[in-house]
Write a protein that binds this ligand. Structure first.
Ligand code: GLU
Length: 411
């Protein structure tokens, strides 16, 4: 994944004619922290060694920012690639952060609540010297949630001796989290549908949408899609997919998840293998789960006219090529899912100012930033005659490179 991210950067940097000194500097992270620590399972005698990472790609424009993922196969390369993508993402929406990403190599599904809390607190202690409200601000990502962020905030605050809500975003609102942060990434994806439809020449008022994933991103994308008058025809989780060509009742499916944890057994739709979502007859496909799912195998089956990337890096380089050759319009992750970090920025601003906004304020500002970012990227795509992913990278890299050049070199 790291080689792909750097390869993509090199390609776009040379297309842009980027200054070689700046390009060399941007292709590597400023700081990578790798830790290992002992983790005691609920069975007292079982102590496992766990690996954790926090990579900070670039702090030129402000503190670094990005999620922490808990996943059994996460590694330094993945976290570094995602940290770099966070830099471009922040620059595209114009929030004053550089990119970062963290990871803990563990399967959160296998942990009890007490175990999850212990891992979170110990990992936080291991990286405590490199995070902070002015240096690096974590957030949720794959396998983490508001509760994990609350434990992180508590651990950091215990360490410094007073409450520091601004050290992390995506916290519960009771603790200084922003209203509408939880829904932000999913909502942001749906805000872009009218513009994407316009660019594709289809009527964007009521579309059939298939969503791969039904978690932090997918579930709220489904809710927002339904509210916007679209039909969600399929969603999936690790237990498989559910499909109803007449539309899934999203609130009933979410309720089922709250009670049963997985979609398995949900009575009001047909059950299909999770990967069948990619080949369904629909207008918009939203991969909103994990990386690499739109690849050489699946991309050739996609029937949607528009792909909006909710997950980070859901499309491989081969998958991207196939989708583009087939004329499918892709709204790339670093633009499409930037609603999450945008409301994270709002949350940080609210925490720092200790002055909280209403839901209407948050949602209206999110919509304004997302739609403007789409227009900016789309106009680069038109003027430079490139695809949306290349255009988004050009936009993000250019903004960061400009900031780097005016800051100069120390000493
Ligand atoms: N993990 C999310 C992302 O990849 C959110 C990051 C944040 O809010 O800082 O964009």
């Amino acid at each position: 994944m790291y080689h792909d991210a750097v390869g993509q950067f090199d390609r776009v940097a040379s297309l842009m004619g980027l200054d070689k000194n700046v390009a060399d500097r941007l292709r590597v992270p400023q700081r990578s922290t790798v830790v290992s620590f002992p983790f005691r399972h609920d069975t007292y005698n079982e102590v496992e060694t766990i690996f954790g990472y926090r990579v900070q790609h670039l702090n030129t424009m402000g503190p670094t920012k990005g999620g922490i993922r808990f996943a059994p196969d996460v590694d330094l390369g993945e976290v570094t690639a995602l940290a770099m993508l966070m830099t471009w993402k922040c620059a595209i929406v114009g929030v004053p952060f550089g990119g970062a990403k963290g990871g803990v190599r563990i399967d959160p599904m296998q942990l009890s609540r007490a175990e999850l809390q212990r891992v979170t607190r110990r990992y936080t202690m291991e990286i405590i010297n490199v995070i902070g409200p002015e240096t690096d601000i974590p957030a949720p990502d794959l396998g983490t949630n508001e509760q994990v962020m609350a434990w992180l905030m508590d651990t950091y605050s215990q360490h410094v001796g007073h409450a520091v809500p601004a050290v992390v975003t995506g916290k519960p609102p009771a603790l200084g989290g922003s209203v509408a942060r939880r829904e932000a990434t999913g909502r942001g994806l749906i805000f872009l549908i009218p513009q994407a439809a316009n660019a594709t020449g289809i009527d964007g008022s009521s579309l059939r949408i298939a969503i791969h994933g039904f978690g932090n991103v997918g579930m709220f994308a489904a809710v927002a899609a339904e509210q916007a008058g679209h039909k969600v025809i399929a969603v999936s989780d690790i237990s498989g997919g559910i499909y109803n060509p007449d539309g899934i009742d999203v609130s009933s499916a979410s309720k089922w998840i709250q009670e049963h944890r997985f979609l398995e057994g949900y009575p009001e739709a047909d059950h299909i293998p999770g990967n069948d979502i990619f080949g369904l007859e629909c207008d918009v496909l939203i991969p909103a789960a994990v990386q690499g799912v739109l690849n050489a195998d699946t991309a050739k089956d996609v029937k949607a006219k528009i792909v909006i990337e909710g997950a980070n890096n859901p499309t491989t380089i081969e998958g991207d090529e196939i989708l583009r050759e087939r004329g499918i319009f892709i709204v790339p992750d670093i633009l499409a899912n930037a609603g999450g970090v945008t409301v994270s920025y709002f949350e940080w601003v609210q925490d720092v100012q200790k002055y909280f906004w209403t839901e209407n304020e948050v949602v209206a500002r999110l919509r304004e930033i997302m739609t403007r970012a789409f227009d900016d990227v789309y106009s680069v795509a038109i003027s430079e005659n490139v695809d949306m992913r290349t255009a988004a990278l050009i936009k993000g890299i250019r903004r960061v490179a400009d900031a780097k050049l005016v800051r100069g070199v120390f000493p």
